[in-house]
Write a protein that binds this ligand. Structure first.
Ligand code: WT7
Length: 635
């Protein structure tokens, strides 16, 4: 028997050693015993980080939806697969069993086929957190179409950029979405986006808010009548192990968003195995991850990982503050949630509201708590531990990335002793390394450096859609023969890792990964702006907030700064979305630059964070005089 379910720390160490000494044998056993294959692989792993090229389970054939749905029909057909909790608590929750999910996915898959979608085609999904989102993702996977889910908080320009980058043929959306007390006109955003997208042949529209919307003749179709007419069964497309399963965009420090490509077999094996172990999921448990399926957390740990284990997974449409700040706790009580997985930014926002909202609810079902998305500060960790877990539920602080597909460094609940702010130990099969500035690996404990991974793992992204060179440059060029994460980390005296944050120009705001370049590009579109630089600064709830240093074309006085500030945020909202808005905008006479003309964000970061006691040597700057002026006017 393979070690599918790890039960104590000794076993973790033993299995970890096995997974590192003999990765192929280890993963072959896991894959063999716990998944459904149409054909087994010829080769477990081939890899070359210099190309880079990685293949897991080459030659195998499968369909991930057979693993997530069909195989459970015999053993747990009537078990709830998805609990849908609507935005409005007055609206009834839906319980979708595995059998019902099977039928819904099959019908949807047949609609996709009927609209001309074939294996390998890209389908963009722009939906709120309603059952149709889960079902359409799985329907794509059923027929081998590559889904590209775009978070429904992104603007029309962000949406059209993503649709065009991967030449999507279809968009799946809804007439609108509920968000707390507000409604959002999603279809209007799609219509705007499609003005710039020639490749889209059809748009499927789910009904959610019952608003009057414009339907373009020949292009737009209401979903429900098509589903009603579709056949209730659909033979799954047989996929090769390395066929792409989905594309998911993430921001980089420069350039347009990167379409990370995840493939089928390795992604399935790793997300399922990590889910089972990290959260110690048991058959009768109810698991809830509060992320949106528009992010990787939702892909891997609302849908694929849980469903592959036959779990009951909660999907919440709303926000933590509606109708009040007790909503999360109310939902935990209502559905008797056993594993709860959320982000530090949500924990901080809820902690700020005090324990009065928590005390009204019975949280005794909670067994395991999880956090993801950014480093969790000590205060938030303790608040979560004391008030939500009542010091009885281990907190799994899970470090990973869109690019890694699954959880990489994490405690295993009930096995790994936790330590506040530490993601602790590498998951089974994961080989981290800390690197110094000269590209050498730092061995031993009580050290810090840049976090790399030395050996392939099954769910790593295989490429960036349409730009393999960029994939190589971004992840495999900083350190020879290693995957570079972009994060800094330290390793303590027992080998526990603590992630210290990004070492590049990516800023994590409320757990969302924002690259500086696209935001600066947006700001620079303002006719009055000459130049700009964005840095992150510490924020109580968001973790980081954005601080913009902006130089205007004609020196400031004649302009109304408040107006320019507002207009800048308007442009950002249009081009990217409200999540990228600046909290502070400081107008400057110049930006500190190196002699080669590169903006010194390091200095600006310190000024924005009010850490000016140690600015470092500024004398070699091209324009050292601007620094004092910027410091004097800091906001
Ligand atoms: C970046 C990846 C993985 C799903 C959500 C984010 C940061 C993520 C942690 C954690 C400290 C974390 C890193 C990473 N991050 N989890 N537990 N502790 N930092 O996915 O948008 O691709 O962002 O999020 O900086 O590189 P993403």
């Amino acid at each position: 028997m393979s070690n599918y379910h790890i039960k104590h720390l000794e076993e973790y160490y033993q299995v970890y050693r096995k997974s590192v000494r003999n990765p192929e044998i280890f993963w072959e056993e896991i894959a063999e015993e716990h998944f459904m294959w149409r054909k087994k692989w010829d080769n477990v792993l081939s890899w070359d980080f210099t190309k880079p090229e990685v293949k897991w389970f080459e030659g195998a054939q499968l369909n991930i939806t057979e693993n997530c749905i069909d195989r459970h029909l015999y053993t747990r057909g009537d078990k709830t697969a998805i609990i849908f909790e609507p935005n409005n608590p007055e609206e009834e929750a839906q319980h979708i069993s595995y059998r019902q999910l099977h039928e819904k996915v099959c019908r949807f898959a047949n609609v996709l086929k009927e609209k001309g979608i074939q294996k390998g085609d890209r389908v963009c999904i722009y939906l709120p957190m309603i059952p149709e989102l889960a079902i359409s993702v799985l329907a794509c996977a059923r027929i081998g179409a590559i889904h590209s889910v775009v978070f429904a908080g992104f603007s029309s320009i962000a949406l059209s950029t993503r649709i065009n980058d991967s030449n999507c043929k279809m968009v799946i959306t809804s007439d609108g979405s509920f968000r707390g007390a507000k409604t959002i006109d999603l279809k209007g955003i799609v219509d705007d986006a499609l003005e710039d997208c020639d490749g889209i042949e059809s748009v499927l529209v789910a009904k959610r808010i019952n608003s009057e919307i414009h339907m373009k003749e020949g292009r737009d179709h209401w979903l429900q009548p098509l589903l009603d007419e579709a056949y209730h069964d659909c033979v799954p497309e047989i996929m090769d192990a390395e066929d792409p399963l989905f594309i998911l965009y993430t921001s980089g420090s420069t350039g347009k968003p990167k379409g990370m490509v995840h493939t089928t077999a390795g992604y399935m094996v790793f997300t399922a195995y990590t889910f089972k172990n990290v959260f110690q999921y048991r058959e009768k448990d109810v698991y809830w991850c509060t992320a949106d399926i528009g992010w990787i957390t939702g892909h891997s740990y609302i849908l694929y990982g849980p469903l592959c284990n036959g779990a009951t997974t909660v999907m919440f449409e709303g926000v933590p503050s509606y109708p009040d700040f007790g909503r999360f706790w109310e939902i935990i009580e209502k559905h008797k949630v056993n594993q709860f997985y959320t982000a530090p930014t949500a924990i901080r926002a809820l902690a700020k509201e005090g324990v009065k909202h928590v005390e009204k609810h019975d949280l005794s079902s909670i067994k395991v708590l999880g956090t993801v998305g950014e480093p969790i500060n000590e205060e938030a960790w303790h608040w979560y531990d004391d008030n939500i877990g009542k010091r009885k539920a281990p907190i799994v602080d899970t470090w990973w990335q869109t690019e890694t597909g699954g959880i990489m460094i994490t405690p295993i609940a009930f096995c790994t002793p936790t330590k506040p702010t530490y993601a602790t130990l590498p998951f089974i099969g994961i080989q981290p390394a800390l690197m110094d500035e000269n590209g050498k690996e730092i061995k031993g404990n009580q050290v810090d450096g840049r976090l790399c991974i030395k050996f392939p793992w099954p769910s790593m992204a295989r490429t960036i859609w349409g730009n393999h060179q960029r994939y190589k440059d971004t992840y495999f060029s900083a350190y020879e023969n290693k995957y570079f994460t972009g994060d800094g980390a330290l390793r303590d005296e027992v080998g526990y890792y603590r992630i210290t944050g990004r070492v590049d120009d990516v800023i994590i705001v409320s757990g969302h990964n924002l690259g500086t370049a696209p935001i600066e590009d947006a700001i620079n579109e303002h006719p009055a702006v000459a130049e700009s630089a964005i840095v992150g600064f510490p924020h109580d709830i968001k973790g980081n907030a954005l601080y913009g240093f902006v130089t205007l074309k004609e020196s400031g006085e004649s302009r109304n700064h408040d107006n320019v500030r507002k207009e800048i945020n308007q442009i950002i909202t249009e081009q990217i979305g409200p999540i990228a808005k600046l909290d502070k905008v400081q107008f400057t006479n110049g930006l500190p630059k190196t002699r080669s003309g590169k903006i010194m964000r390091r200095i600006l970061r310190k000024i924005a964070g009010k850490e000016t006691s140690n600015l470092g040597d500024t004398s070699t700057l091209l324009n050292p005089e601007v620094v004092q002026d910027i410091m004097d006017n800091v906001l």
